[in-house]
Ligand binder design. Structure first.
Ligand SMILES: [Zn+2]
Ligand SMILES: [Zn+2]
Length: 384
């Protein structure tokens, strides 16, 4: 397998760089989807387009079994001005593949071409090219579009390049691997007034400052010390000038958790604290709280299958000791079908720009390893 995958990967490197030069934002991946669909057709693979708006599904069937495995790649880019300095840098101002989804798409294409050529499996491989992973829930859009009714899968797998791990290292874990991501906006309202007459106003800025300070005690004091959670306040907005007490301040932030019970508790504690702290200062507070991505929870046996496949291929794999507090919308697919989300180490030298850094570029050297792992998972889980 390895020599053929390496040959195919060198062809796919050009495709990866072409996708990198032409990044597209969430649900606008029309060119990318057309490139994917065109190549799959060229390789004789059945193609279904416009699933979850710009998603593409390829189907490779072999033999008579109905058993199917899903392999997923994301296709969207980020609203970032690229500063990688590479010859294949983005030609679209303010849009860049700074999370490596161009690489994920190329790795799944490479695995697809290999599987279509060799067919050493019995059943179906569903190639899931999803749109809009970056905050817009493209995986949910595909699920709501009937993805798993039309293309049922017994198990699903996805890879993400991971620059903090050495290139080629495969790591995953059973249970939570990526956090649930929630965003909140607290609006503090009160009576505005003259800065020289604070006794005639209610100071919403002081109230907001107390809400910010107290909010940072909630993870420490309201959550079981054995559980994990992050609460960050990322924007404070309010006021006009030095001599006016405003009547409104808005606080924006995010909560990251791995357990729905912890998530419930932290949301309730934050709401309660905001309301009580505002009331104590003679103001009122309302909170809008949106749970936009659930936690990404790996099925224990699928995580084990992924580690075993990596050990069989590369002689080693890493059982990750902790989840990451970033989030991932593959979580929506994992709520429907058991599977595993897998990190593929992609560090370049001693230091690589992290994901979402304007200087980031996908490390092409890991393309064969990622493609080989996806193909191996399909072959092992659809073993003849
Ligand atoms: Zn990202
Ligand atoms: Zn990503």
């Amino acid at each position: 397998m390895w020599s053929r995958i390496t040959e195919l990967a060198s062809d796919l490197r050009a495709v990866r760089r072409d996708l990198h030069r032409h990044p597209e934002l969430a649900f606008k991946e029309r060119r990318t989807a057309a490139v994917v669909a065109g190549l799959l057709r060229e390789w004789g693979i059945e193609v279904h387009e416009c699933i979850g708006r710009t998603g593409v599904v390829g189907v490779i069937a072999n033999g008579n079994s109905d058993r199917a495995i899903g392999l997923r790649a994301d296709m969207d880019a980020l609203p970032i001005r690229e500063a990688s300095g590479t010859a294949h840098a983005s030609v679209h101002e303010g849009i860049a593949h700074s999370c490596g989804h161009d690489g994920h798409t190329a790795m799944l294409l490479c695995a697809a071409r290999y599987l279509a050529e060799t067919r050493r499996f019995e059943g179906r491989v569903h190639l899931l090219f999803q749109p809009a992973e970056e905050g817009q829930g493209g995986a949910r859009a595909m699920v709501e579009d009937g993805l798993f009714e039309r293309f049922p899968c017994a198990e699903i797998y996805a890879l993400h390049n991971w620059p903090s791990l050495p290139a080629g290292t495969i790591a995953t874990r059973p249970g939570p691997i990526m956090a649930a991501a929630d965003r909140f906006e607290i609006t503090v309202r009160g009576a505005g007034g003259h800065a020289g007459q604070p006794h005639l106003a209610s100071d919403v800025i002081l109230c907001a400052a107390q809400i910010v300070t107290g909010a940072h005690t909630l993870v420490a004091r309201r959550i079981d010390p054995a559980a994990n959670a992050v609460l960050s306040i990322t924007r404070v907005e309010g006021g006009y000038t030095h001599n006016v007490l405003p009547s409104e301040v808005r606080l924006t932030g995010t909560v990251r958790t791995f357990d729905p019970l912890v998530q419930d508790r932290l949301e309730a504690a934050l709401r309660d604290w905001g309301e009580q702290a505002a009331k104590a200062g003679g103001c009122s507070a309302t909170m809008e709280y949106v749970r936009y991505y659930p936690a990404t929870i790996n099925d224990a046996s699928c995580a084990q299958h992924a580690l075993e496949a990596a050990r069989a291929l590369f002689g080693g794999a890493l059982l990750a000791d902790a989840p990451a507090a970033t989030s991932e919308d593959f979580a929506f697919m994992l709520q429907q079908v058991p599977g595993a989300y897998i990190w593929l180490g992609s560090r370049v030298g001693d230091h690589s720009p992290p994901l979402h850094d304007p200087a980031f570029d996908f490390n092409d050297d890991v393309l064969p390893a990622g493609a080989a792992l996806l193909a191996t998972l399909a072959e092992r889980r659809l073993g003849i």
